[in-house]
Design a protein around this ligand. Sequence first.
Ligand code: NAP
Length: 124
Amino acid sequence: NLSYGEAAAIPIGARTALFFLRKADIKSGQSVLVYGASGSVGSYAVQIAKYFGAKVTGVCSTTNLELVKSLGADNVIDYTVKGFSRTDERYDVIFEAVNKSSFSACMKLLKRNGTYINVTEPLP
Ligand SMILES: NC(=O)c1ccc[n+]([C@@H]2O[C@H](COP(=O)([O-])OP(=O)(O)OC[C@H]3O[C@@H](n4cnc5c(N)ncnc54)[C@H](OP(=O)(O)O)[C@@H]3O)[C@@H](O)[C@H]2O)c1
């Protein structure tokens, strides 16, 4: 029942999330923070990271907490209530899907040799 225009919008989020998670060399058992977990790219990043066996934390606004949990996120952080960086957790991969977080805050949350991905740079 979709138009071509509607159908064309569906794979871009998934394709982008998969491309960048592969760039991050995501592995089973790693911890991944997805910033912007309710958006087109972010919601697929949550699901694909879970598919790869990662433990996923999603950052989103209050109205999208249940959505992000339903996509499989192990933890959710509401950035409107609590700054996402106010945690003792450290991540193997930080996946910035909307370019709204502070880069320096992300660096502090990365494990040694962790990977920071920002999808708002264009694909090569
Ligand atoms: N590199 C590539 O090839 C490629 C491909 C596709 C997209 N992109 C880029 O990826 C980015 C995301 O695209 P998209 O289509 O996934 O976007 P989108 O579906 O419009 O997602 C936007 C999300 O941003 C969240 N958001 C809004 N303000 C926020 C804030 N202040 N802090 C945290 N989250 C906030 C919203 O969630 P909440 O309401 O839950 O906050 C919303 O779900 C864009 O910059 C786009 O250009 C790049």
